[in-house]
Design a protein around this ligand. Sequence first.
Ligand code: 13P
Length: 258
Amino acid sequence: MNRKYRKVIIAGNWKMNKLASDVRPFLQELRGAMPKAKTCDTVICAPAVLATSITRTMRDTRIVCGAQDVSEHDFGAYTGEISASMLADIEVRYCIVGHSERRQYHNETDFQVSAKVKKLLSAGVTPIICVGESLLQREYGLTFDYVTYQTKAALSGLEAKDVRKCVIAYEPIWAIGTGKTATAIQAQEVCAKIRTVIRDNFDARTARSVSILYGGSMNSKNCAELLAQPDIDGGLIGGSSLDPAELAKIIESTVDFE
Ligand code: 13P
C-alpha cells in the first residue's frame, strides 16, 4: 500500500449472510475491537435490505455502508432492481460491481458492469469494480490478458477524473471462498498490472491514485503479507468479514504500514 497517494480500504462483503437483528451487535463488537486511530476506510457491503439499518447504526462512526450490486438503469419498470440514486439516498457510499458471483450466476456482462459504474459515479457512490481470472485462465497463462480486458471494459468511456473515483478489487475466482489465497507475489503482480493498464489508458496520476484491493480468502493471518505489497491498498473480504473480531484484526493490521 502507499498511503501517500491513495486510500487504504478494508471492505467486508457479507454476500447473502446476516439478518437485520445481527446488525447492531455486529457493529458494536466491531467498533469496540477496532483500533482507536483511523488506519483505513472501513466499509461493510451488506445486502440492500440491511443498508438502512447499517447507515443509521453507523452514522457518526468511521464505518460506512456499501452495497453489493446496483441496477444499470436510472428508474422505472425494472422489478427487483435498486438504482444508484436509491443507494445514495440512504447514504450508501460504496457499491461492489461485477463480482464474479454476479458474473457467474446472473450472467452479468462487461457491458453491464461498465453501465453500472457510470450510474454509481453520477450518483456519487464509489464503485468497487471486481476483476479476476478463473483457475483455467490462470493455467492457460491468460491472467494478465483477461484482467486487462475486464479493467479496460469496466473503465471504458470514463474520463481520468472519474477513474480516480473508482476502486478496483482483484479477486481471482479460484481463491474466493476456497481457503486458497493467492500468494502475495501472485496478487502483487496482477495488482501492478491493473495499475499499468490504468496508466496506459489514462495517465500516471490516475494510476497512482486508484486504490486496488485484493480479495479471495483473505484473513487475519495472511493479510499482513498481502497488504505489505506496494500495489495492494486493502482488501475485499468475504468469509472473514462475518466475524467482527476477525475483521477488526484485519483493520488493525493496516496500522503497521505507512
Ligand atoms: P472470501 O473472502 O470468502 O474468499 O470472499 C472473497 C470475496 O468474494 C469478496 O468479495
